[in-house]
Write a protein that binds this ligand. Structure first.
Ligand code: HAM
Length: 409
């Protein structure tokens, strides 16, 4: 029996992988347009990085990490997210300049798998490090929103909140603690357990909506710096035309955030784990890792979920041309035709196995090519037959004319 892929992991094969390509390309192009350069960090890290960066009390660190000991006795963990790594890399290098970077790659969390919730999942993200301005928050939120729009998710919007600065939370935490403590009996065991360790996290417990109605929320207890910052983020989002909804109980599951936190949602994606992406400002993170004070803000989109939320558009042709050849003596010519099309910037492919013309045409359909370029007896006069696969219409022309035809189709 062939071993199966582990629980919570997926093989992403064509044609579905083409949707993935759309998301990855769209995000990459947008990030580049907004001035983000690429960053690559290790897929495994010292466990301590996440314990300190993401936070000991978080679900991610407590329950979801893939931690193992390597042959040298080190405790390593497959990264559950990338922000802590990027900030570590920045601090390693001195960390005093502005760094705008984007990344794409697999992350690992031991969760109960379901649609859109995987144990190996894929994130694309940006981090804007070294910039305290609220305009940086607006820019980051905009990159994610434009990505969802460009992927055809027209009803995407942003859930926005501010959790204030750590010093704002001291008094607030007492207030919240008292509220939760009085309702301990009515809360789910999960939320009740959090009252004494991280009361803030009890706030976003979806199953406790009724009990939490009327709970004090961080945004009503911001210090003046955080309040001014938040007002500027709201003004910026309006200016950029980005729809957002206030989400006073949104606190996020990672410990490094302060001030702005946000998530992306879409009515077209109503799976239990509903955020297509999320992020926020993480000014405390650098110090949590032992570095000097360095502000930062970033976002990560869950590609598995974005792909699920994308509309089922009729798939666009995947290939410009499929070269069909007749008779073994024309293989070389067919290779030259494919090569010249590729050289001119068109995507082209062919079947090398010498199957019948009929089966080559079937392959061209399967590959969703715009045209089949037939290299047959007309090749002796330097001509090919170009057949538009959608309509069946065909004409014979030179290779140069073929390129013009493909360009103007
Ligand atoms: P996060 O909210 O933990 O934030 O994850 C971001 C996105 O990754 C989620 O909104 C979701 O789309 C996707 N995701 C998370 N877990 C899973 C899973 N098990 N299966 C499928 N998709 C998942 C972060 O990771 C932060 N590092 C974001 C950030 C960047 N904050 C600042 N900079």
């Amino acid at each position: 029996m062939i071993p199966r892929a582990p629980k919570g992991t997926d093989d992403i094969l064509p044609p579905e992988s083409e949707r993935w390509r759309t998301v990855l390309r769209t995000f990459d192009e947008l990030a580049e347009r907004y001035g983000y350069q690429l960053v690559f960090t290790p897929i495994f890290e010292h466990t301590e990085l996440f314990a300190r960066g993401v936070g000991e009390e978080t679900d991610v660190v407590e329950k979801q990490m893939y931690t193992f000991e390597d042959r040298g006795g080190r405790s390593l963990t497959l990264r559950p997210e990338a922000t802590a790594s990027v900030v570590r890399a920045h601090l390693d290098r001195g960390g005093d300049e502005i760094l705008k970077v984007s990344y794409a790659g697999p992350m690992f969390r031991y969760e109960q798998p379901q649609a859109g919730r995987r144990r190996q999942f894929f994130q694309v993200g940006v981090e804007y490090i070294g910039e305290p301005s609220p305009e940086a928050d607006v820019e980051v939120i905009e990159v994610g929103y434009r990505c969802l729009q460009a992927c055809g998710i027209a009803d995407a919007s942003v859930l926005l909140n501010s959790i204030g600065d750590p010093e704002d939370r001291v008094a607030y935490r007492d207030l919240l603690y008292r509220f939760l403590d009085e309702r301990r009996e009515d809360l789910s065991s999960e939320a009740a357990r959090r009252i004494d360790t991280s009361p803030l996290r009890a706030l976003d417990s979806k199953q406790d909506d009724a009990v939490l109605e009327g709970a004090p929320v961080p945004i009503d207890h911001l210090g003046s710096a955080a309040a001014t910052h938040h007002a500027a983020v709201e003004v910026g989002l309006r200016r950029q035309g980005i729809p957002f909804v206030a989400a006073p109980r949104l606190v996020r599951g990672l410990d490094y955030y302060n001030r702005t936190v946000f998530e992306y949602q879409a009515a077209s994606y109503r799976v239990a784990q509903s955020a297509l992406g999320g992020g926020g400002r993480y000014d405390p993170l650098a110090a949590m890792l032992g570095g000097s004070e360095t502000p930062g803000v970033g976002l990560a989109m869950g590609v598995d979920r974005v792909v699920l939320a994308m509309p089922d558009v009729v798939d666009a042709p995947a290939l410009d041309a499929f070269v069909v050849w007749t008779g073994a003596e024309r293989l070389e010519a067919a290779l030259a035709v494919a090569s010249s099309l590729r050289g001119a910037g068109f995507s082209a492919d062919l079947d090398l196995s010498g199957k019948s013309v009929r089966s080559q045409f079937r392959a061209a359909d399967r590959r969703r090519a715009t045209a089949a370029i037939v290299v047959g007896s007309e090749w002796d006069e330097g001509l090919v037959t170009v057949k538009r696969l959608a309509s069946g219409e065909e004409s014979t022309m030179t290779l140069e004319e073929t390129q013009k035809w493909l360009k103007n189709r």
